[in-house]
Design a protein around this ligand. Structure first.
Ligand code: EPZ
Length: 418
């Protein structure tokens, strides 16, 4: 039986050292990219998470052989024999759709169940499909399945993304890597995970330029060769630890962080009165008093990440003054707010904006986790609260944080699953 409730004893300062793992949101496209070549690629520092297991299931269902030892994954894509990932896996994780680009490039066709909306928004895939169509794929959507096919090679072209979608940029980049001619992705996403994927593709022999800027240029090559790569540190996991240190007025030395990747959060925490020291590949975050209110608006990178919004809101609930949080990336990403209110927070939502009136403290309550980052936010709030918080449906947390409780326990947290 799954232990799906986390009981957190609050009011303890979280202090010590934590190591951040490889980025989930980099690992997922990297595993998909390994399908682009007939051979064995090695990906290091892959976190052991539910979402990674789901992606592993997806590529195995397509014929790849995967071995995971500690945090090293090898993906042997010598013999792909499928082009249709199982419905249950696609439904369990939208990022499964990232195999569409590699399948189209390698097999000339892909059938993938249309991912539905999820707790944080409708999350359409129109921009992915616009890109594939521009590269010459024929797309048919009927019966809830996206069927894409191309005769021969895809053909490079210009793709303008109406919004710098992370997934669409990745999917189109992978499809274009072996297309005939040049692909330009305009208004491309600039997230560090995009750069990581471009680096891996280039090690495989691709010619991707401009990753990290709004204009990606991909000169298609005939074929790619397997390669090895180490995943970048998870900036969202690092950020979650930064917020926990500041919110509990503790002090965490956070190892394996790229300072540049967490700049937007660092700036906000400093503005709120936390101390942030940066070292080569590491940082220390601490606070010796209650934080001050700050305003924040989520934006595509290098703006403030939507994946940190819930956790920051958790500590703004007890900050001094009134904070305003605006969510610009997803249309329904305030599911954590009513749960924080159960703990005594004073939050008013109007459309895409939440106004948070800081209260002196939160108190333990029964709360429900609705998605991955909401779970992390509730753990954060529970750590700062007085008394015991019972977080139900905590299994969402395991999609994105490896041994979260174990690492925090070493830094003074008290929590257990029931
Ligand atoms: C990635 O999702 C991340 N997931 C998300 O992390 C993250 O929240 C998100 O980027 C934004 O940073 C992975 O990398 C696996 P998008 P993705 O396409 O690629 C709209 C987490 O907690 N859109 O950049 O799906 C979309 O609806 C997760 O780890 C379209 O309209 O995000 C959304 O409003 C959750 N049409 C916005 O763009 C499309 O075709 C951003 O989505 C695609 C997206």
């Amino acid at each position: 039986m799954e232990l799906n409730t986390l009981i957190v004893e609050g009011g303890r300062k979280i202090s010590g050292t934590v190591r951040v793992g490889g980025a989930k949101n980099s690992s997922l496209p990297l595993i998909a990219a390994a399908l682009l070549t007939a051979g064995t690629s090695t990906i290091e520092d892959v976190p052991r998470l539910k979402d990674i297991e789901t992606m592993r299931g997806v590529v195995e269902a397509l014929g790849a052989r995967v071995i995971m030892e500690d945090n090293v994954m090898t993906v042997d894509s010598s013999c792909l024999n499928g082009n249709e990932p199982p419905y249950d896996l696609v439904r369990a994780m939208r990022a499964s759709f990232l195999v569409m680009g590699p399948l189209l490039a390698r097999m000339g066709s892909a059938h993938i169940f249309q991912p539905g909306g999820c707790a944080i928004g409708a999350r359409p895939i129109d921009l992915h499909l616009k890109g594939f169509a521009a590269l010459g794929a024929e797309i048919d959507m009927s019966g809830g399945v996206v069927k894409a096919k191309v005769d021969g090679r895809l053909k490079g072209d210009r793709v303008y993304l109406d919004f710098p979608s992370v997934g669409a940029t990745e999917n189109i980049m992978m499809a274009a890597a072996t297309a005939d001619g040049r692909t330009l992705i305009e208004n491309a996403a600039r997230e560090p995970e995009i750069v990581d994927l471009a680096n891996f593709l280039n090690k495989m022999g691709a010619r991707v330029r401009g990753a990290g800027t709004p204009m990606l240029r991909i000169d298609g090559v005939e074929e790619l060769a397997p390669s090895s790569h180490t995943v970048i540190p998870d900036r969202i996991e690092a950020g979650t630890f930064m917020i926990i240190a500041a919110g509990t007025q503790g002090s965490l030395y956070i190892d394996n962080v790229v300072g540049e990747h967490v700049k937007p959060l660092e700036a906000k925490l400093s503005e709120a009165g936390a101390h942030v020291e940066t070292f080569e590949g590491a940082m220390r975050v601490s606070a010796d008093r209650r934080l001050k209110a700050v305003d924040v608006t989520t934006m595509p990178y290098p703006g403030f990440p939507t994946d940190m919004q819930a956790q920051l809101m958790a500590v703004l609930c007890t900050s001094e003054g009134t904070s305003q949080v605006t969510e610009n990336v997803f249309e329904n990403r305030f599911m954590h707010a009513p749960e924080l209110s159960r703990m005594g927070a004073n939050i008013k939502i109007s459309g895409r904006t939440a106004i948070i009136e800081g209260v002196p403290n939160l108190t333990g309550a029964q709360v429900n986790a609705t998605d991955l980052r909401a779970s992390a936010a509730l753990v954060t709030a529970a750590l700062t609260a007085e008394g015991e918080t019972h977080i139900h449906n905590i299994s969402h947390l395991d999609r994105g944080y490896e041994n979260f409780e174990g690492r925090l326990a070493k830094c003074g947290a008290r929590m257990r699953r029931e």
